[in-house]
Design a protein around this ligand. Structure first.
Ligand code: BG6
Length: 484
């Protein structure tokens, strides 16, 4: 298989927060990889903009170090690196003052695509947008890219949408949910809408329930201050998990086009029922051995923030009425493993009698790591002695099926930044989608705050609190053991 890389048009990309963590870990290394793949066309340029006093050479050194640290293949691309670094510039800028704005306006070229990446605290979005406008940089071929968290509730998300909308049209706003940039997440759409096999069965008549698990091995690390104000519900459930749910549950869009896809996702979010507190389990990890517990890591001994959440969701529409969706995500779990399992119903009648046992097909889509698909199929257990049935997996690892070169998936940010330049919003969240997701999450969070709910402790390295198991057991179901 030959991968087709189509160079994008010439652009100037300004990274506000150019010396920040995201620029260092994801944006600069991602752009470098796209450059090596010859996708960064023409004489495109990248301008770091931040408060730190530094000149162009110092920024280039910063980028060189970031790439060496976060791009595992950088060592093999020394010559590319020098040419790439030549494309970098830097402006010291004050988001709330006047410093640097004239310099920036002189640097970005009016005749090429301009993208402004707001990799800063959301409280600065309005200041940046207003100054871009005031200094004449908000022309029609420009885009703004905004990172999560996009608000912390419906009201703040609405306020952010309104602020940005004062200066930019919706078609210029790219709200990032990096899960949508993951190859395997996009594959959910390819699997559903590229095959005839699954779609006729993709409804409550055939599907018993769906499980979505995003498990992380890491804890909150150095992000304790942010995380303790967010928790798993705001950090993962309202956005990444919600997007996965939408892609699994939505109706087929007529076209793979931004509004067609986003309209269908929005309908799913709006059809979600309120989740009562009896259908939710919150957890917080405890320390074990050398691993500090959550409260220690965030420096808040009384914290009631959850680092784990599991819930049962219902979508009230014709396709899904009666099929529960079980979602769980957490930090400091046994291992980093994310998957979606579509658990089909039992055959309506077993011709093999009770002794053949109960069997059901499960379609599992492994999102990370070891990306792939597995379909559990029931067959006859070999050998004499009657008809006994067993379930065996039809297992396809993408790496094995595609070969190492084609299964070398680009990082989500690489794909998304190139989509910004291409002007393709399909994998970005529309304002109304974000607001609808908050409208669903808000009452859940409000109930916790009202009741001063305490998260249940769970041991680091476990599968989360036992009550999360009970959430399914009481329905006569169980979580699949998710393995890396
Ligand atoms: C981020 C969250 O959006 O996603 C983090 O803020 C989380 O807390 C991360 O660790 C998970 O992303 P990935 O790509 O590692 O699954």
């Amino acid at each position: 298989m030959v991968s087709r890389v189509i160079p994008v048009e010439t652009f100037d990309l300004v990274i506000f927060g150019g010396t920040g963590d995201l620029a260092r870990r994801k944006i600069l290394p991602g752009l470098f990889r796209r450059f090596c793949a010859e996708q960064m066309g023409g004489d495109s340029r990248i301008v770091g903009a931040a408060r730190s006093e530094m000149d162009r050479d110092a920024y280039r050194s910063f980028a060189r170090e970031a790439i060496a640290e976060f791009d595992p293949d950088a060592a093999g691309h020394e010559t590319h690196l020098e040419t790439f670094l030549d494309r970098l510039d830097y402006v010291t800028i004050d988001a709330r003052g006047e410093t640097g704005w004239e310099d920036l306006a002189a640097l970005v070229r009016p005749e090429v695509i301009r993208a402004f990446y707001f990799s800063v605290a959301p409280s600065l979005f309005g200041d940046l947008a207003e100054r871009l406008h005031r200094h004449g940089m908000d022309c029609d071929n420009c885009r703004v890219v905004v990172e999560k968290p996009f608000g912390r509730d419906l009201e703040s998300a609405r306020a952010l949408n309104r602020t940005i909308a004062t200066y930019f049209d919706e078609h210029q706003i790219y709200r990032i949910d990096h899960y949508l940039g993951k190859e395997t997440v996009q594959n959910l759409m390819a699997i559903r809408f590229g095959n005839m096999l699954f779609e006729p069965l993709w409804n409550s008549q055939y599907v018993d329930h769906i499980q979505i698990t995003v498990a992380e091995e890491v804890g909150v690390g150095g992000r304790g201050e942010y995380y303790d104000r967010a928790g798993a519900m705001r950090d993962m459930m309202q956005n990444h998990m919600m997007q996965l749910l939408c892609l699994i549950a939505m109706e087929p869009p007529a076209k793979f086009e931004p509004d067609a896809v986003r309209d269908e996702k929005l309908k799913v979010i709006r059809a979600l029922d309120h989740v009562p507190s009896t259908d939710i389990v919150r957890g917080q990890y405890e320390g074990s051995g050398d691993c500090p517990g959550y409260r220690h890591q965030v420096g808040n001994r009384d914290s009631n923030t959850e680092s784990f959440v599991a819930l049962r969701a219902h979508i009230s529409n014709w396709r899904w009425a009666g099929t529960p969706f079980y979602l769980r995500t957490g930090k400091r779990l046994r291992e980093r493993a994310s998957e979606i399992a579509i658990v089909f119903k039992d055959a309506p009648h077993s011709i093999f009698g009770a002794e053949a046992g109960r069997h059901r097909n499960i379609l599992t889509i492994r999102l990370q790591p070891n990306e792939g698909i597995e379909l559990g199929v029931t067959i006859k257990e070999p050998g004499p002695g009657g008809m006994r049935l067993i379930d065996v997996p039809l297992d396809m690892s993408f790496a094995e099926a595609l070969g190492p070169e084609d299964a070398d998936f680009p990082d989500a940010y690489e794909r998304l930044i190139m989509d910004v330049i291409r002007g393709n919003q399909t994998l970005f969240m529309r304002g109304d989608e974000v607001e609808a997701a908050w409208a669903w999450a808000d009452p859940i969070i409000a109930a916790w705050e009202r009741e001063e709910a305490q998260p249940l402790p769970y041991a680091a390295g476990s599968a989360g609190p036992d009550d999360a198991l009970m959430l399914m057991h009481r329905d006569g179901r169980r979580w699949r053991e998710v393995k890396a």
